[in-house]
Ligand binder design. Structure first.
Ligand SMILES: Nc1ncnc2c1ncn2[C@@H]1O[C@H](COP(=O)(O)OP(=O)(O)O)[C@@H](O)[C@H]1O
Ligand SMILES: Cc1cn([C@H]2C[C@H](O)[C@@H](COP(=O)(O)OP(=O)(O)O)O2)c(=O)[nH]c1=O
Length: 212
């Protein structure tokens, strides 16, 4: 087979408020897909490249203006797309990404109050290609009430700059995620993550049962 005939891989992102269980489910899903024989890259934002991981360390630890924060999120994304995501998809591999631009919509627009027009401009600048906007084929939002995520985070975790934010901030982030899901019902699936792990895993297995 020539490289030109390789089918593009699938781009899957996972999202949710801090403490929703995203990392737990991402690890389970990656192992489950690998067992099915699917070649995949697991990655994350901010981060996913050598430069992006340096930006991540700044973003999670240094105080900065809202605009700087939004620009650095998209700077990390620009590097991640060209260095990791697009090449992997072109090779026919899946990319399983821990957060993508829905997180910027939720945290920087919802949580921090960034103007959605500015967000849309950055999204176009970084994600627009000839064939259209590069977006995940499927986004899973793991959703839980705030009391649940806060209780899960209270379990010995060292909190970063976002996780240390107040209750109202996380409430706005959650509301923005749910709004984004309503605006993009074809792409985004909200998963009730306030259930036992095995019940959520059964739902994930059902969602991906037909994916080849
Ligand atoms: N469905 C669940 N039921 C009970 N505990 C859970 C569930 N999902 C995750 N947890 C636990 O909650 C904590 C936070 O989960 P984690 O995956 O790190 O969240 P996130 O990546 O969304 O911040 C971990 O201790 C994890 O084991
Ligand atoms: C990708 C992205 C992440 N974030 C935030 C959300 C998270 O609190 C943080 C990244 O942490 P996260 O991915 O949740 O990592 P961990 O599970 O190790 O805590 O960055 C944004 O504010 N905007 C973005 O665009």
């Amino acid at each position: 087979m020539t490289s030109a005939s390789v089918a593009r891989g699938r781009f899957i992102s996972v999202e949710g408020i801090d403490g929703a269980g995203k990392s737990t489910h991402l690890a389970w899903l990656a192992a489950w897909l690998l067992k099915k024989g699917i070649a995949l890259q697991q990655s994350r934002e901010p981060g996913g490249t050598s430069l992006g991981e340096k930006l991540r360390a700044l973003l999670l630890n240094e105080s900065m203006s809202l605009e700087t924060e939004a620009l650095l999120m998209f700077a990390s994304r620009a590097q991640h797309l060209t260095e990791v995501i697009e090449p992997a998809l072109a090779r026919g591999e899946w990319v399983l990404c821990d957060r993508f631009s829905d997180a910027t919509f939720a945290y920087q627009c919802g949580g921090r109050g960034l103007d959605q027009t500015k967000f849309a401009q950055l999204e176009t600048w970084v994600q627009a290609r000839e064939a259209g906007l590069i977006e995940p084929d499927l986004t899973l939002i793991f959703d839980v009430p705030l009391e649940v995520s806060q209780a899960r985070m209270a379990n010995g975790r060292v909190l970063d700059r976002f996780e240390r934010e107040q209750h109202d901030f996380h409430a706005r982030v959650r509301a923005a995620y749910l709004e984004r899901a309503q605006q993009n019902p074809q792409r985004i699936r909200v998963i009730d993550a306030n259930r036992p792990l095995e019940v959520i895993q059964a739902e994930l297995a059902e969602i991906f049962a037909d994916y080849e």
